[in-house]
Write a protein that binds this ligand. Structure first.
Ligand code: DC
Length: 236
């Protein structure tokens, strides 16, 4: 379809700075932000609250479908200009950020029925354009026709250091070696699963944030999207 403003897909592994970067990119562009990781995390949280095993494909698949059907997972603006995640109206923005739910999200996101249930929800959110979607498979599966695609990554070491700082800021003590191993394991699981593995779409712009600051990363992405906007406004 022809859109006036692009769909911006930002994919990449955990800890590459995606959440911070996409938030800033969306704010600078005045675009809507859809954090698809938060959707998978919400499914994991709901599974936990229902006492389900994260790896129980049948039960978690049925749960995800029910959540999608009643539009149970929603985003709302927060007072500080950020975003709140609502699960059946309950603010779960903080509850979905624990290590347990991160692990759970990685497990439930490997279930094909879960991915299928959440696909439509993501497509509907992005379809009109003027939207930044952050995830793992946005440029490859959810919006293969996105007009602007980025694959944001960083070395395992840099991502582990960032994750450690994040955990410590929340008062959770963290060991760098352990975190680096978890980062590697999560990468492996996310990129080797049979359905929609984490992968760089061939037409995605690769951005490695290991040696550059957040603002520089945001600047590059915004500049590229502006170019795409100009192209859409005056097709050749
Ligand atoms: O980006 P995040 O850490 O919030 O993502 C949580 C988990 O969800 C992560 O293990 C990968 C998975 N995920 C996915 O499979 N597909 C997406 N589009 C987004 C996240």
């Amino acid at each position: 379809m022809t859109r006036r403003r692009p769909v911006v897909a930002i994919d990449g592994p955990a800890g590459a700075g995606k959440t911070t970067v996409t938030r800033k990119v969306a704010a600078e562009l005045g675009y809507l932000l859809v954090d698809t990781g938060a959707i998978y995390r919400s499914v994991a949280l709901s599974a936990k609250r229902h006492g389900l095993d994260f790896a129980d494909a049948g039960a978690v698949g049925t749960l995800a479908q029910a959540l999608a059907e009643r539009s149970a997972i929603r985003f709302a603006a927060s007072a500080d200009g950020g975003q709140r995640v609502l699960l059946d109206g309950d603010d779960v923005s903080t509850a979905i950020r624990t290590q347990e739910i991160a692990e759970g999200a990685s497990l439930v996101s490997a279930i094909p029925a879960v991915r299928a249930a959440l696909l439509d929800m993501q497509r509907r959110a992005g379809l009109p354009g003027g939207v930044v979607l952050e995830g793992r498979d946005i440029g490859s599966v959810v919006f293969p026709d996105a007009e602007a695609k980025f694959f944001l990554t960083a070395s395992v070491e840099v991502r582990a250091v960032r994750r450690k700082a994040e955990l410590e800021a929340r008062g959770e003590p963290a060991d760098l070696e352990v975190i680096a191993r978890e980062v590697r394991e999560r990468d492996h699981r996310d990129s080797t699963r049979p359905v929609a593995p984490l992968t760089q779409a061939p037409d995605a712009v690769l951005v490695d944030s290991s040696g550059i600051g957040i603002d520089e990363v945001v600047g590059r992405i915004v500049a590229h999207v502006r170019e795409v906007e100009r192209r859409l406004a005056s097709p050749a």
